[in-house]
Design a protein around this ligand. Sequence first.
Ligand SMILES: C[S@@+](CC[C@H](N)C(=O)[O-])C[C@H]1O[C@@H](n2cnc3c(N)ncnc32)[C@H](O)[C@@H]1O
Length: 394
Amino acid sequence: MESILGALAGRSSPAALRALRAVLDRGGYERTLVIPAYRSHERYPFQDLVVYWRFYVRRRSEAFLVAYDPTAFHGAFRRRYPEAWILYTLFYLILPVPEEELKTVMSGEELQLLAGDGFLCRHEASWRSLVTVSPFDGRYFICSTFYDPPSSHVFLGADSMILSLYMKRELKGRAFEEGLDLCTGSGIQAHTLGAFCRQVTGVDINPRAVGAAKSNALLNGREMTFLQSDLYGALEGRSFDVIASNPPYVMLPESLQDVRYAYGGEDYGLEIPLIILKGLDEHLRSPGVFFMVTFSPVVKGEDLLRRRLAELFSAKEYAVTYWITETFAPDRDVEFYAGHGLSAFHLCLVKIEKGRPFSLRARGPDIALRLCQWKLPFSRGGDNRRKKEVVARA
Ligand SMILES: C[S@@+](CC[C@H](N)C(=O)[O-])C[C@H]1O[C@@H](n2cnc3c(N)ncnc32)[C@H](O)[C@@H]1O
C-alpha cells in the first residue's frame, strides 16, 4: 500500500519518471489506444465496423473504443506490436509479466528504478504494475488500478478524452492568460489547456488525484500548479480566462456513492455540475469560456440539464452551446433509476461563453455518430430485455 501511495502522491523521483517515459516511448505505448477498451453489450453494428476499420486500416484511434469483443483484437495487436503489447499487459490490463519478457522492453536499471519508486512490485517470478498508464495525444497519464479504494481512485475515462478533443477543436488558434481544470483527476484537461494558456491550475478534492496530476506534469515535461480543493474552495478571489471540467456527474444508488470520481450528488447527479456552473459568475472572467462534459438525466421525458441551464443563465450574459453526443439507458440498477422516473442519460459537451447575449443552442449527435450508435432492434443478452421492460415503465 505504501508503494501505491508513493506513486500517486506526487513524490515520484524525476529519474523514475524519465525511465517510465523512455520505456513507454521506445515500446510504442501510444499505439495501444487503437485496442478497443470497453465491451459493448448492445448491438451497434456500425460501431463494430468502424472499430475494425480503425484497427486494421487506419491503425490509429483517438479515444477509447467500444467493441463487441475487445479481446478479439488482442492476438492481432500482439503479433504486430509485441513490445507495445507487453506494456499494455503491464500498464493497462494490470496483469503480471514474467521478468524475462519485461526485460525485452526495459533495461535492468529501468526496472530497478520503477520498482524502487513504487510503480512495479514483484509477483512470484513476474512483475506487476501498481498504477495504470493511459496514453493520449502524445502524453501519458498515471492513474489508479481498480485495486485502489473507490473513494480515492484516480480515474481517466473516455469522457475526458472526448472533452479534450472538443476543447482542442474549439480553442484552435486562440491564446489566453490563465486556465483552470476543475476536478482535474489525472490532469488531462490541464494539459489540454496548457496548449492555449500561459498558466494553468488544476484542482481536485482527492489528494491522490493531486499527486497523480503532479507526477503526470513531470512525466510529460509540463509546468502547472495542482491544489487540493473542494471545487472552488481554495480559489477564493481568483478568476480565469478558460475553465474546463469533467466533474463527477452520475446519479448512483447509496451503495455506490463512495465512488467519488463518478457520484454527482443530489438532483439526479447534477448537484456538483450545478455548483460549478453557479461559480462561473465569480470565477470566469468576461470575456471567458467554459467547457464541461456531463450527463443530462432524462426525467419523465424532460432533459433536465437543459432546463437547469436555462434557469441559471437566461437572465445573464452567457451564450450556451449544448451538444448531446450520445444517449443511453442505464444498464445497471435499472429498477433504482426507473423508480426515480429516469429513462435515459444524454452525454453532453457544454460550452459557455461569458460576456455574450444569452442563447441556448442544443445540438444532437451528427450523422456519423448516429450511425455508429444505431442499435439493431434486438438485444444481445437476456439482461437487456429486462432493462428495456423496466425502462419502458419509467
Ligand atoms: C470524472 S473524474 C475526472 C477526472 C479527470 N478529468 C480525468 O479524466 O483524469 C472527476 C474528478 O472530480 C474529483 N472531485 C469529486 N468531487 C470533487 C469536489 N467536490 N471538488 C473537487 N474535485 C472533486 C474526483 O476526485 C475526480 O478526480
